[in-house]
Design a protein around this ligand. Structure first.
Ligand code: PGA
Length: 257
């Protein structure tokens, strides 16, 4: 089986003014040095206002940019919304869909995420589909059922390894400093890997990247990234500063012990 190339993605959420470009420049400069050569792809998802500017700064580098949401349609009378095509036009190559904050703040359901994922694919971009249980669901022992239901409801059967990534983000772990145990993450990721076989083609099921997200930080990145079927991270708070984001990316520098 071919090695899965991991992905470390930063989700800036509703943070970042023009001056935040300095963080991206710091990441760019570090990644261009010979000694900092991670075996992972690096993606930054800033607020949509910064995508075009940052895309000029990271041209000809290995860093990619992504949006944090998109509308399902190409264009039309949808005030305040952004289409996947617009994100592509601004310089994005990926879009996060179904983040729990979108599900909570905007009432997005699996069916919406499914349509947004198709829109991301239509625009030729990569979808990062977020799924994960609430604290109450975890306590009630429903984690595997909830995640499985979200996966089946959000992931189109046409999704491919090249255009889709799944991010498991337990809602109670987002921004709280709490993380599931290594065994708990391994169990959920193992289940996702298994379920993929019933949804997408077999090569994609085997190779699709499964990110873990929720309080990933410098101090736990190496341990979390070493878990079986964890092929990278979706990082919120710790992606806002170049130093901490680079520290997480460094989990994928092979001579690091
Ligand atoms: P966090 O957020 O790393 O700040 O917990 C992760 C996310 O919401 O993607």
């Amino acid at each position: 089986m071919t090695q899965i190339r991991p992905l470390v993605a930063g989700n800036w959420k509703m943070n970042g003014l023009k001056c935040a470009a300095s963080e991206v420049l710091a990441i760019r400069d570090r990644l261009s040095t010979a000694e900092f050569n991670p075996e992972a792809d690096v993606l930054i998802c800033p607020p949509v206002t910064l995508i075009a500017t940052l895309s000029d700064l990271i041209a000809d580098t290995s860093i990619s940019l992504g949006g944090q949401d998109c509308h399902g349609e190409i264009s039309g009378a949808h005030t305040g919304d952004i289409s996947a095509e617009m994100l592509a036009d601004a310089g994005a190559s990926a879009v996060i869909v179904g983040h729990s904050e979108r599900r909570t703040d905007h009432g997005e359901r699996d069916k919406d995420i499914y349509l947004k994922t198709l829109a991301v694919h239509r625009a030729g971009l990569m979808a990062i589909i977020c799924i994960g249980e609430t604290e109450a669901e975890r306590r009630a022992g429903q984690t595997l059922d909830v995640v499985k239901r979200q996966l089946h409801g959000s992931l189109p059967t046409s999704a491919l390894v090249i255009n889709t990534v799944i991010a498991y983000e337990p809602i109670w772990a987002i921004g709280t400093g709490l993380t599931p145990t290594v065994d708990d993450i391994a169990e959920v990721h193992g289940m996702i890997r298994q379920e993929l076989a019933a949804i997408v083609d077999s090569a994609s099921a085997e190779q699709m990247r499964l990110l873990y997200g929720g309080s990933v930080k410098l101090s736990n990145a190496a341990e979390l990234m070493a878990i079986e079927n964890v092929n990278g991270a979706l990082v919120g708070g710790a992606s806002l500063q170049a130093e901490s984001f680079l520290g997480i990316i460094a989990a994928y520098i092979s001579d690091q012990t």
